[in-house]
Design a protein around this ligand. Sequence first.
Ligand code: NAG
Ligand code: NAG
Ligand code: ZN
Length: 467
Amino acid sequence: MAPRISVVVLYLCLFVGISSESDEYDATIKTMEEFSGYQIHEPVLQDSSSSPLSVNTENLQKQIDELSTFSDAPAPSVTRILYSEKDVLARGYIKNLMSLSGLSIREDAVGNIFGRWVGSEPELAPVSTGSHVDAIPYSGKYDGVVGVLGAIEAINVLRRSGFKPKRSLEVIMFTSEEPTRFGISCLGSRLLAGSKELAELLKRTVDGQNISFSDAAKFAGYTKNEDLSSVFLEKGSYSAFIELHIEQGPILEEEAISIGVVTAIAAPASIKVDFEGNGGHAGAALMPQRNDAGLAAAELALAVEKHVLESGSIDTVGTVGILELHPGAINSIPSKAHLEIDTRDIDEKRRNLVIEKIHQSALSISKSRRVKLSEFKIVNQDPPALSEESIIKATESACQELNMSYKKMISRAYHDSLFMARISPMAMIFIPCYKGYSHKPEEFAAPHDIANGVRVLALTLAKLSVS
Ligand SMILES: *[C@@H]1O[C@H](CO)[C@@H](O)[C@H](O)[C@H]1NC(C)=O
Ligand SMILES: *[C@@H]1O[C@H](CO)[C@@H](O)[C@H](O)[C@H]1NC(C)=O
Ligand SMILES: [Zn+2]
């Protein structure tokens, strides 16, 4: 396919500082001057047969495949748990690629890895991008990985094009986006965003094998008795953060759209509820005398669905993923019931209203069924995040200039970006993935779609770097 001439010229101007005598290019050059804030002099013409911003798709795919071999499950599954031997090998692999791309590397006390390309004005807040490479048991090789390897390739793309960043550009590999080992999701980015509660909690957190967080981290070469507050970043440390990720949903593939520009990230709240009744013999205790904790739980589960639907928005969701009855015998009336509820929305007020209604229902069910509501605990209630308008705009114009179809969408799953939004303006770029599959071995993104994502990321980083 022939590259669109105006697009090609646009890049040549941006990246190699090229101008042209032809009138039809003047508008483009003018736009580029406005955009970059400096004049484009030197008229040099270049062979336009090789498109600038070209991604080394084959090499990138090779890296994705190689990284997937650092796994505790046989291919095509990937299992890569925080601070395991395979995680340490994967970290070495990433750091090596970062140094091959000329990035200067820093690691913090929990192993968030930063690779920086120093810009011409290093005192300005840098622009950052990145994602995670940990993988839950028996998952796939694209979740997170595309946003780390793709970010390093985006840096390579910009270097090959001759681009010189004004603000520094930084690639971040976040520690433990997945909660597998210590039950805490987005561990690295939560700490970066300054979570004192988490820094405290990690002092007494152990994994399923009773290995403490700090022992596990030491195994991987981190937290040498360091105070975890050393991980916190000040608000304003970055002028922008943008994460490239597979959609993990079916929309882009179904609609044959190349890029999703994420405008908001839904955030979960989780609630633990316990009911207690008297239990008793399933034959001998008569119905009017019962106070069945199991039925209270069942009634609350249906109330969760009702309150979520009452919100009237398709973006409000709620799930009772855990419902346990005690003692769990066929001939015994449940004396205790335990529920865990997950509810999410992109609108915090609306989600919190659902939580309040669930609480009211729990209280009234406890009364009407004469069971004790022994616990109603909101375990976490993360605020959703809105993407920054200026980053959305930069991403949209990158798509337009690259002639790529895109649509604005929300992220129903949450990502490290949700927490980066607390300290930096944020946005995300989604690419299509096969049937929306994720967290299983069938997870797949086509090399062409990944390359599209990398090009949009590269051009967006370039724009943000000079603004
Ligand atoms: C832009 O993309 C569309 C759809 O992929 C294609 O039909 C069209 O020819 C492209 N335009 C240019 C100028 O490349
Ligand atoms: C876990 O380890 C701690 C400290 O080594 C020990 O005191 C505790 O008994 C262990 N707990 C279990 C359940 O093994
Ligand atoms: Zn992910």
